[in-house]
Ligand binder design. Sequence first.
Ligand code: ZN
Ligand code: MN
Length: 258
Amino acid sequence: MNTVRMDNLSWVDYEARIKAGAVVFLPCGATEQHGPHLPLGTDALLASALSEDVARAVNGVVAPALSYGYKSQPKCGGGQHFCGTTSLDGATMSALVRDAVREFHRHGVRRLVLVVGHFENQWFVTEGIELALRELGPQAGLEVMRLEHWDFCREDTLADVFPDGFPGFALEHAAVIETSLMLHYFPHLVRLDSIPDDGPADFPPYDMYPARTEWVPPSGVLSSAKGSSVEKGLRMADDIVSGIVAAVCHEFGVQAAQ
Ligand code: ZN
Ligand code: MN
């Protein structure tokens, strides 16, 4: 039984892995529109797939993804007005993370990595970690790493992936990075012939509530996904996986598997 997926392990096998000191990875995704060409589960699917590649390299375990995230924002996820986008209040999201972290600690996990795959989750995931650590107290012995996986894309990679200039991670919603990574991991879920011509979206330097939905391209894509390719996806996945492996080995003192 060599799986890295917690949901495929019996509790007995899971316990043995934790007792052996396995690092646990918790992908934090969303259920959110990703244009007409990508599935609603893109953020959780990618965070999970990347986590599984990392876990294989460090003998880790990947927990089932948190598949709902904080509310989609117009400037980085298109906003809440799209059918299918299904979001949590911030307090709910933080409580979900807090409870999960506390449960992993109860299992005996002492090294936990929260892999954020949805831009809007960042501070609510942070809050959940903070609340759990405060509740568990200073003797808990639990160390938590939080990361946004796209931050591990190297600058030389981004320069090659975006020959006309990188629009920034916020506008990369359902665009070249996510579409290329999906082509690498889940090609059967990508509809290349449905990629719209929209973008890049041009937002003012402020937000409005209720949201001005007319600021957002009707397709939900914030910058063009036209330049996406499986080769770009492989290169970015390599950056992200090798970068997270290195960070985990550095911070947690684990050895990468051969
Ligand atoms: Zn996304
Ligand atoms: Mn998202």
